[in-house]
Design a protein around this ligand. Structure first.
Ligand SMILES: *[C@@H]1O[C@H](CO)[C@@H](O)[C@H](O)[C@H]1NC(C)=O
Ligand SMILES: *[C@@H]1O[C@H](CO)[C@@H](O)[C@H](O)[C@H]1NC(C)=O
Ligand SMILES: *[C@@H]1O[C@H](CO)[C@@H](O)[C@H](O)[C@H]1NC(C)=O
Ligand SMILES: *[C@@H]1O[C@H](CO)[C@@H](O)[C@H](O)[C@H]1NC(C)=O
Length: 319
């Protein structure tokens, strides 16, 4: 039966619309069950710690990724663009950690920028590549996407908070596998640990077209100075994710002077988000062609050191 023209037109419009997101989000991917997530190191700035190495990754981020069934490749900051391109073709996702690095001028920002552009290009070509930013890493994503440092004082220092979910949270990819009970708990219980001076205010986000086009806001929070800031977002068309808080601490950090949530709900949150991101990495088929290189470059050939007596972390990898 011939559809009336206007109905056909409507269907066509709707189909095109669904089709576009289908392409990325509902595509059947060949599952890569040996994923490797790259973690960018950060520069050691404290003179007294340089004896251990020039760059570092707190072990909690490594454990977080490992807990979900992925291996980790630490990525140093002094390589060439060609070397990063080579690494990009081996790994299945990238984690930008929290810490303290300049968002525009640091080596951390320089290398993140290289991976960001490689990831945009790859995803555009149907080569799925997820990126995740935690705390400073999320802030860096806002600078990469907008081209500007729009961060403002939005301090939430050493405090655990519930999340103020937007409507988009309930149709998000990040929280799609979360049981309803946990979503309810997240809105009431202080399950997310915040350790930041700066943040992206809801106002700054809303006023920036690049950011509103790129990200869906999943949650907001109120900072200690009263401003509303974006606490969670996900890419609309790219598998890029950001949390201003620290999901890894819930399971893997224990300094009792810091507000690390450790309740069963807090640990479930940490586990499910780690699984979510690693499952995103399973959609990437990048791999090491040389098993020798794989063995030598993964985290297993490094040993973390005890850091509980000079930092808020129990263990840190130095490189
Ligand atoms: C939650 O977010 C809404 C806007 O999405 C805002 O109007 C409200 O004040 C926020 N509430 C809290 C407790 O943060
Ligand atoms: C941010 O605001 C708080 C509260 O108004 C203030 O105590 C703090 O010094 C400010 N921090 C920065 C980095 O400006
Ligand atoms: C921390 O503890 C380790 C292991 O006990 C020790 O070797 C190191 O010197 C200590 N570092 C500091 C800064 O106290
Ligand atoms: C990069 O830094 C590491 C120390 O972290 C050093 O061993 C290595 O030689 C450096 N590589 C280059 C290309 O400078």
């Amino acid at each position: 039966m011939q559809l009336p023209f206007f109905l056909g037109f409507l269907f066509l419009g709707t189909c095109l619309c669904i089709h576009q997101s289908d392409l990325i989000w509902n595509k059947q991917y060949i599952e890569n069950n040996r994923p490797v997530v790259g973690i960018l190191t950060q520069i050691v700035t404290d003179e007294a710690r340089k004896q251990y190495g020039s760059t570092y990754i707190p072990a909690s981020y490594v454990k977080y990724i490992e807990s979900a069934g992925s291996r980790v490749m630490p990525i140093k900051l002094n390589l060439t663009t060609a070397e990063y391109k080579n690494i990009f073709n081996k790994i299945n996702g990238l984690l930008l950690i929290g810490g303290a690095s300049n968002l525009e001028t640091s080596e951390f920002a320089r290398v993140a920028n290289i991976f960001y552009h490689l990831a945009l290009k790859a995803n555009d070509a149907g080569d799925y590549f997820p990126m995740w930013g935690t705390c400073l890493g999320m802030q860096l994503l806002t600078v990469l996407v907008s081209g500007h440092n729009l961060l403002e004082n939005a301090s939430a220092e050493n405090i655990a908070l519930p999340l103020n979910f937007t409507r988009a949270a309930f149709s998000s990819r990040m929280f799609a596998a979360f049981p309803e009970e946990l979503m309810k708990a997240l809105e009431k219980e202080p399950l997310t640990g915040h350790f930041h001076h700066y943040g992206l205010t809801v106002k700054a986000f809303t006023e920036n077209k690049e950011l509103t086009n790129f990200f869906s806001v999943i949650s907001t929070n109120i900072a200690q100075n009263g401003v509303h800031f974006i606490s969670t977002f996900e890419g609309k068309r790219y598998p890029f994710y950001g949390v201003q808080w620290h999901p890894e601490v819930n399971s893997f950090q224990w300094d009792s002077t810091l507000s690390f949530p450790h309740s069963p709900h807090a640990v479930q949150l940490s586990s499910l988000l780690a699984q979510f991101f690693v499952n995103e990495g399973r959609k990437s088929l990048h791999n090491f062609d040389d098993p020798k290189v794989e063995t030598l470059t993964l985290i297993y050939s490094y040993t973390p050191i005890f850091a509980g007596n000079f930092s808020g972390y129990e263990q840190i990898y130095f490189f």
